[in-house]
Ligand binder design. Structure first.
Ligand code: FES
Ligand code: FES
Length: 185
């Protein structure tokens, strides 16, 4: 396709071939070419963290990375965190803690929390604050966000074997509470 560069990358465990515009950021590639709109467009200068995704195990501001630079990379977006349609412990903890107000920053916060817990399974409050320092919340819901990350730490980073057990237990509790709802990511 004219003006486009073919790249291959793995997104949320699925191999993808995409013809990207050379000047497009990874954020634009995800949102416009792959229809993954969980990573949000906000400041576009690396200050707010709304666009956070994980690339090769590290959280990055996808607005600061060119799509072509993601050639051959493993990318995880907020859409890839749930397993078999069940929320990860981090997502569940955000829900349980009432951490989402307007919700705009939450995908980036959740992705950063996953990256943090993968590196530091049992972070102190200071480590949570440092790990999420690049994610701004205009609703100032920081206290609930920190609580959610610390609660999630009790269940691991969302990718371990306990995930299924936690989800099972959570779904069991939810089934006993018919009015409970799962907030969208
Ligand atoms: S939109 Fe990327 S850091 Fe703000
Ligand atoms: S919940 Fe509104 S910006 Fe964070």
């Amino acid at each position: 396709m004219s003006g486009r560069i073919p790249i291959e990358l793995t997104v949320n465990g699925r191999r993808r071939s995409v013809d990207v515009l050379a000047h497009h950021t990874l954020l634009e590639v995800l949102r416009e070419d792959l229809a993954l709109t969980g990573a949000k467009e906000c400041c576009l200068v690396g200050e707010c963290g709304a666009c956070t995704v994980i690339v090769n195990g590290r959280s990055v501001d996808s607005c600061l990375m060119l799509g072509v630079e993601a050639e051959g990379s493993e990318v995880t977006t907020v859409e890839g965190l749930a397993l078999d349609g069940h929320l990860s412990p981090v997502q569940q903890a955000f829900l349980d803690s009432g951490a989402a107000q307007c919700g705009f920053c939450i995908p980036g916060q959740v992705v950063s929390a996953h990256a943090l817990l993968a590196d530091v399974p049992n972070p102190t409050r200071a480590q949570v604050e440092e790990g999420l320092a690049g994610n701004l919340c205009r609703c100032a819901g920081y206290e609930q966000i920190i609580e959610a990350v610390q609660a999630a730490a009790r269940f691991g980073d969302g990718r371990d074997a306990r995930h299924a057990q936690v989800v099972e237990a959570t779904l069991g509790e939810r089934a006993a509470t018919p009015d409970a709802e799962v907030a969208p990511q």
